[in-house]
Ligand binder design. Structure first.
Ligand SMILES: C[S@@+](CC[C@H](N)C(=O)[O-])C[C@H]1O[C@@H](n2cnc3c(N)ncnc32)[C@H](O)[C@@H]1O
Length: 216
């Protein structure tokens, strides 16, 4: 999924604050027990999410796409004691591993794991969110964005992973690349937000919801 040279990726990872011991253990256990572990967003993205949560003062966080809980736990650790994180997953195998690590964490009281198709789960959620991390099925990215933007607080941030899809957005010729390219176009044309597409890892867009006429 990455298109940055692996030596540079490793250098950046080593230069980034390491995960907590528990999150490091989660990575090891995921590697031993699960396939597709490259779905884990990793240290650079995980630390970026944590820093964004800290500097923005976010208290209520929504994640779409838990996998084994790497980014959820990284974000929960960054939240204040009265913070809340809802993370959405539909795969029971991933649920089991994620829950076992959430339970071991001193931040477990902040985390709620919601099972089911995320588009359905979103319909059942109340209230708005200060921070949203979108990292699930790519074909639904445009649908997620449409549903999630009204749920984002003014001044809130949305981080969207894999927005470059290994560069295939340049010539999108499969369903996933087309959906991601569509989302990138939607964001570009959305007047309520300002955004920056970061070329870290597989591409990560940060979207800030503005109040009307607030951009300049
Ligand atoms: C890229 S992984 C998430 C990685 C995680 N954020 C991390 O950094 O470790 C995407 C996850 O979304 C889940 N997923 C995919 N489609 C979904 C859907 N429609 N509803 C809920 N979860 C879904 C997958 O099972 C997978 O665990």
């Amino acid at each position: 999924m990455n298109f940055i040279k692996s030596e540079i990726e490793e250098y950046a990872t080593e230069a980034t604050t390491p995960e907590s011991e528990l999150v490091q253990e989660l990575v090891e256990v995921s590697n031993e027990n699960l396939e597709y572990v490259d779905m884990i967003s990793g240290r650079v993205v995980g630390r970026l999410l944590a820093i964004l949560i800290k500097i923005s003062g976010a208290k209520r966080v929504l994640e779409i796409g838990t996998f084994s809980g790497y980014s959820a736990l990284s974000m929960a650790e960054a939240l204040p004691a009265d913070g809340e994180l809802i993370t959405c997953e539909y795969n029971e195998r991933y649920e089991k591993l994620a829950r076992s690590f959430f339970q071991k964490s001193e931040h477990s009281h902040k985390i709620t794991l919601r099972m089911g198709k995320a588009l359905d789960t979103i319909e059942q959620l109340n209230g708005s969110f200060d921070f949203i991390f979108l990292d699930a099925d790519k074909v639904n990215y445009p649908a997620y964005f449409k549903k999630l933007l009204p749920m984002l607080e003014v001044n809130g941030l949305m981080a969207i992973d894999n927005v470059l899809w290994s560069g295939s957005v340049l010539h999108p010729d499969d369903e996933k690349a087309k959906a991601i390219d569509e989302l990138n176009g939607m964001i570009r044309n959305e007047e309520q937000v300002e955004q920056v597409m970061l070329t870290i890892r597989d591409g990560l867009t940060l979207v800030r919801k503005n109040s009307f006429f607030q951009l300049y």
